[in-house]
Design a protein around this ligand. Structure first.
Ligand SMILES: Cc1cc2nc3c(=O)[nH]c(=O)nc-3n(C[C@H](O)[C@H](O)[C@H](O)COP(=O)(O)OP(=O)(O)OC[C@H]3O[C@@H](n4cnc5c(N)ncnc54)[C@H](O)[C@@H]3O)c2cc1C
Ligand code: SF4
Length: 591
């Protein structure tokens, strides 16, 4: 039997951060919205009560909250001349699959991208010239809009999320203690910065003495009680140290559960169908617009949800896959260099440097998902790249994000046995006395890093899996090696011994190493429909009532985590839909 649902003004596919932000804006504007989420309902009181939340074995080791591989996976290869095979273990990506999406179990590092990140192609040419830019062999492209255009939407998302931090630049005025390299903000963060751990204080003092500019990173772990613009109350973070991969039982972590769902669920013009998976969007016969989405319930019943507008917010990888499965836009072909859906796939280039400190107490059990001090002196284009042969960089942070005892069992001085009494005494010695510097770097697009539908492997519904073709490119590797050297210098200066360096980009990329959870691109925004799948309102150039929001929209990745930019794009797209599109359906930008 096929379920035929009543028509909605808007159907939203996936109810993570992007879907929740969209649903909130659109229902507040009076539209009738149905969200379809393939995961289950989760909320703070029933799923993450403080008394049982800190269960590392359940949430981190067994990854109970993540989408099981049996639901869906991707296939992967480094190069086009290889055969892709299905990924059997989530390490490099961790997909959410519950109401709230990965926003339920993210860490909370809450960055804006910089003006340079959004205009990397034109600003690189302007600063270093055509010859240097061409020599990089990158597929650089601007986002089609400036940082100033995105700023009000960044501000709105931060207000909803209650982001804690210290401003470095308010309306062009550099602020003491903040990040002097950030783009101009219209006002300060809604809540003050978190407190330093002992390791963060050491990192801060050392980098300050080295002439750099340390600041507390912006966090979705709230430093104080806060009421957001939707009227939702949030509590201060207790620095419990069980944050990413876990839900927050304390109402302190910015998440759809804490910030949006309590309001959204009370609106009569909002409906959510949980444990229901969208198979693809269905187009009208003329192919110019979509008429709704086909879905399948947990019981295996198929159905159709008609809607005037289809919004796909199913996370980066599934956004691209759903576009391809729905025939929305032309698939990218790296050989003929035609098509745009799947183009400009990019990841994040990371490394870490760990040092050990005899007799010191770093107290790692005091932690927060986004508890860190960072320098941006080697991020983006904040330093002169003349003669370096690469562009981009990384934020370099001293962090205290977690003290999880199972995860840290292997975080021991080199040479320590990993079993028996030596391991036990080594663990007792090292657990509390090490500090890690993490470099979170840019990832630049190249022509042959892309996403398409796998020709062989299918999911449980018989639809092709996504195929990923990706490896670090020369720019990623050179950048990472340069920045990692800077982190090693800092670790030496701060006095760490037995230094362990893990530069992920000095070997081929593979999905079984966890470097970051940040996977981007594939359905990118831009001003030119020949190089972007979407305009800057995240509207498909080809099927104008389909909007696709997520990190899939990023033409290149910055040296920052993606979610605040995803949230800003969601607010901007939602406002364009209810303020302009529904009154005058059609392309919001001329192709
Ligand atoms: C462990 C971890 C830590 C992280 N830490 C940070 C951090 O510190 N800072 C940061 O900026 N980012 C961080 N991230 C990334 C962050 O979680 C994501 O950027 C963000 O959640 C993306 O939001 P989204 O709405 O685009 O996608 P999601 O939150 O993934 O939501 C998408 C939803 O769509 C649903 N869905 C998918 N396909 C379908 C379908 N076919 N039908 C119906 N529903 C579907 C999924 O079940 C999911 O619930 C982290 C991620 C992880 C995994
Ligand atoms: S560290 Fe703070 S925000 Fe994270 S789970 Fe613990 S209390 Fe919540």
């Amino acid at each position: 039997m096929t379920i035929e649902r009543p028509k909605a003004d808007v159907v939203i596919v996936g109810l993570g951060w992007a879907g929740s932000v969209m649903a909130e804006e659109l229902t507040r504007a009076g539209l009738n919205v149905v969200a379809i989420e393939r995961g289950a309902w989760r909320d703070t009181s029933t799923d993450f009560p403080p008394a049982v939340d800190a269960d590392e074995l359940k949430w981190h080791t067994r990854r109970t909250m993540l989408q099981p591989m049996s639901v869906e996976t991707t296939t992967f290869r480094n190069r086009m001349d290889q055969t892709a095979a299905p990924v059997r273990n989530w390490s490099a990506f961790q997909y959410g699959w519950n109401v709230g999406g990965a926003g339920t179990h993210w860490a909370g590092m809450s960055w804006r991208f910089t003006p340079w990140d959004l205009q990397v192609a034109s600003q690189t040419r302007e600063r270093y010239g055509d010859a240097f830019t061409d020599s990089l062999n990158l597929q650089l492209q601007d986002w089609g809009m400036s940082y100033d255009e995105l700023e009000p939407y960044y501000d709105r998302f931060e207000r909803i999320a209650g982001t804690s931090g210290i401003a470095g630049n308010i309306k062009g005025e550099i602020q003491a203690g903040g990040n002097p390299f950030e783009g101009p903000r219209s006002r300060d963060y809604p809540t003050p910065p978190l407190k330093d751990s002992h390791w963060m204080s050491k990192f801060r003092e050392t980098t300050q003495n080295m002439g750099y500019h340390p600041f507390t990173i912006p966090a979705g772990n709230l430093s104080q009680a806060y009421v957001n613009p939707l009227g939702v109350n949030m509590g201060p973070c207790t620095y419990c140290g069980f944050c990413d991969f876990h839900g927050c039982g304390n109402f302190s972590k910015s998440s759809p559960q804490a910030c949006i769902l309590p309001v959204l669920m009370r609106r009569p013009n909002f409906t959510v169908l949980t444990e229901t998976e969208v198979l693809h969007a269905v187009k009208h016969e003329d192919g110019k617009t979509a008429k709704g989405v086909r879905f399948v319930t947990k019981e295996g019943e198929e159905g159709f949800q008609p809607a005037d507008v289809v919004v796909i917010t199913a996370f980066q990888m599934d956004n691209v896959r759903l576009m391809l499965l729905s025939g929305v836009g032309e698939a990218y072909d790296p050989v003929s260099h035609t098509g745009t859906v799947g183009r400009n796939y990019n990841y994040q280039t990371c490394s870490s440097v760990t040092g050990f400190f005899d007799g010191e107490h770093m107290n790692p059990f005091i932690g927060g998902g986004a508890l860190a001090v960072q320098i941006d002196d080697f991020n983006g284009d904040n330093f002169d790249h003349t003669g370096l042969g690469f562009i981009g960089g990384a934020g370099i942070m001293g962090y205290s994000t977690d003290g999880r005892p199972i995860q840290r069992m292997d975080n021991l001085r080199p040479g320590t046995k990993r079993w028996g009494s030596e391991w036990k005494s080594g663990y007792a010695r090292d657990y509390g006395s090490n500090g890690t510097i993490f470099c979170q770097g840019t990832s630049m697009p190249v022509r042959d890093a892309y996403l398409d539908l796998d020709p062989t492997y299918k999911d449980r519904h018989g639809q092709p899996l996504m195929r990923m073709t990706f490896d670090w490119n020369k720019n990623d590797r050179d950048m990472c090696s340069y920045v990692t050297d800077r982190a090693v210098e800092i670790m030496r200066e701060v006095g760490g011994s037995d230094i362990i360096v893990d530069n992920q980009a000095d070997k081929s990329w593979n999905p079984y190493m966890q470097t970051s959870s940040h996977t981007q691109g594939g359905a990118v925004i831009g001003a030119d429909p020949t190089t972007s799948a979407l305009n800057t309102y995240c509207q498909s150039w080809d099927v104008h009532n389909v909007f696709v929001v997520g990190a899939s929209a990023f033409p290149a990745n910055a040296g920052y985590n993606p979610t605040v930019t995803v949230g800003a794009l969601a607010v901007r797209a939602a406002q364009a839909i209810h303020q302009t599109y529904v009154n005058n359906p059609g392309p919001l930008v001329d192709a």
